[in-house]
Design a protein around this ligand. Structure first.
Ligand code: LMR
Length: 327
C-alpha cells in the first residue's frame, strides 16, 4: 500500500477547504404560477439581484409552475428545509393554523391596491408575519397578483347565477364561505390541477386574477369571465427561519435589500393579462355596471360577519379603519 506523504495530504485538504468556502449558499425558491406573472417575474428579479449583489456567494434556484412542490405540499417542505423560500398566496396559511391571514380573502374589503398596501405595510401586515415565527417561518415581503374575477361556462352577471356551480377555491374557510354565500359549492383543489378539473367538468369554474387565468390557459376551458374584482390574491414571501437566521449577517442584509427592490419591481408587474384573454377570443369578458357590482358586494357582505372571529374582530376593525371600508 502506498502511503500519502503529509504534504500531499495538506495540499489536498487546502484545496478541499477552499472549494467548500467557495460553494455558494443555495436558496431554492419554489412557486406554483407561471414565469410570466407578477410573482414569477418578482422571483426571477430577486434571483438576479441576490446573485449580483452577493457576487455569486448566493445562488437562487427558482422553480416555477409547481415544478418542485404543489401548493398544499410546499409549506411543509419549507418547514422541513427541503426548500428555503416560497411566495404562497396568504389564503394558504389556514391549514398551518395562521387563519388570521384569511383577512385578505374577505370579499370586497379592498377597493384598490392603495387600500391593500396600507394594510400590508402597516401594523396588520407586521403582526401577521409575527404569527409565522413560532411555525419556523420568517415573512420577508408581501407581493400581490391582482384582483380576482369569477369564471364559468355560463355568463355570471348576478350573484344568483352562481347557484349550484362547483367552484374551485384555495384552502381558505373564508373563500369557502364566500362561495356558499353565492349558493355555489366550493371545491378545494391544488392550483396545478385546476385546468384539468375545468376541462373534465370536475369543477364548473373558479376565481382568479386575469394573470393566473391566462397563464394557466383557463381561457381554453372557460367561456365567461366576469370582472367582479371581489377580492385579491395576496402573497407572502417567506423563508425557513432557521436557514435565514443562520446566514452570515452581511449576506442576510444584502438579501433583504434585494427583496425590498424585488418587491417594488413585482408591484409594477401587475400586467394586462386581461387584454391577452380578450385577444384569444375564447372567453367572453363580462363587465359589470356599478349597480350590478353593488349586488355582488351586497350578497357577499355576510362573509365579513361570519368570519369575524376567524380573522379576529380587532384585526378586521383595524383593516376597516385603514381602508375606510364602508359596507
Ligand atoms: C391559487 O391557488 O389559486 C393561487 O394561490 C395560485 C397563486 O399562487 O397565485
Amino acid at each position: 500500500m502506498k502511503l500519502i506523504t503529509p504534504w500531499v495530504a495538506a495540499v489536498a485538504l487546502t484545496f478541499a477547504g477552499s472549494a467548500l468556502a467557495q460553494a455558494p449558499i443555495v436558496i431554492k425558491f419554489s412557486h406554483v404560477v407561471a414565469v410570466n406573472t407578477p410573482k414569477g417575474k418578482g422571483a426571477d428579479y430577486f434571483k438576479k439581484l441576490a446573485e449580483e449583489r452577493t457576487g455569486g456567494k448566493v445562488k437562487v434556484e427558482v422553480y416555477p409552475n409547481s415544478s418542485l412542490f404543489k401548493d398544499g405540499e410546499e409549506m411543509e417542505a419549507l418547514q422541513l428545509g427541503s426548500v428555503q423560500m416560497l411566495a404562497p398566496s396568504v389564503s394558504k396559511f389556514g391549514p398551518l393554523g395562521a387563519r388570521e391571514f384569511e383577512i385578505f380573502d374577505i370579499p370586497y374589503i379592498f377597493d384598490s391596491y392603495d387600500d391593500l398596501h396600507k394594510v400590508t405595510d402597516g401594523p396588520v401586515g407586521k403582526a401577521l408575519f409575527k404569527k409565522l415565527e413560532s411555525k419556523g417561518i420568517t415573512g420577508l415581503a408581501y407581493w400581490v397578483n391582482g384582483f380576482k374575477d369569477m369564471s364559468a361556462n355560463k355568463p355570471l352577471r348576478k350573484p344568483e347565477d352562481m347557484k349550484g356551480l362547483k367552484m374551485r377555491i384555495q384552502s381558505s374557510k373564508v373563500l369557502g364561505d364566500e362561495m356558499k354565500a353565492l349558493g355555489a359549492l366550493p371545491q378545494v383543489m391544488a392550483f396545478s390541477e385546476v385546468y384539468q378539473a375545468m376541462q373534465t367538468g370536475v369543477v364548473d369554474g373558479s376565481e382568479n386574477p386575469p394573470s393566473n387565468f391566462y397563464t394557466q390557459k383557463m381561457h381554453e376551458v372557460q367561456k365567461y369571465l366576469t370582472l367582479t374584482d371581489h377580492g385579491v390574491i395576496e402573497y407572502a414571501v417567506i423563508v425557513n427561519k432557521k436557514f435565514w437566521d443562520g446566514l452570515p449577517a452581511d449576506i442576510r442584509t444584502t438579501l433583504e435589500g434585494a427583496m425590498k427592490d424585488a418587491t417594488k419591481y413585482a408591484k409594477k408587474e401587475i400586467d394586462d393579462a386581461l387584454a391577452a384573454v380578450k385577444a384569444s377570443g375564447k372567453t367572453e369578458i363580462i363587465t359589470l355596471s356599478p349597480a350590478e357590482k353593488a349586488a355582488w358586494k351586497k350578497a357577499l357582505l355576510v362573509v365579513h360577519k361570519e368570519n369575524e372571529s376567524r380573522v379576529g374582530k380587532d384585526t378586521l376593525d383595524l383593516v376597516y379603519k385603514e381602508t375606510g371600508f364602508k359596507p
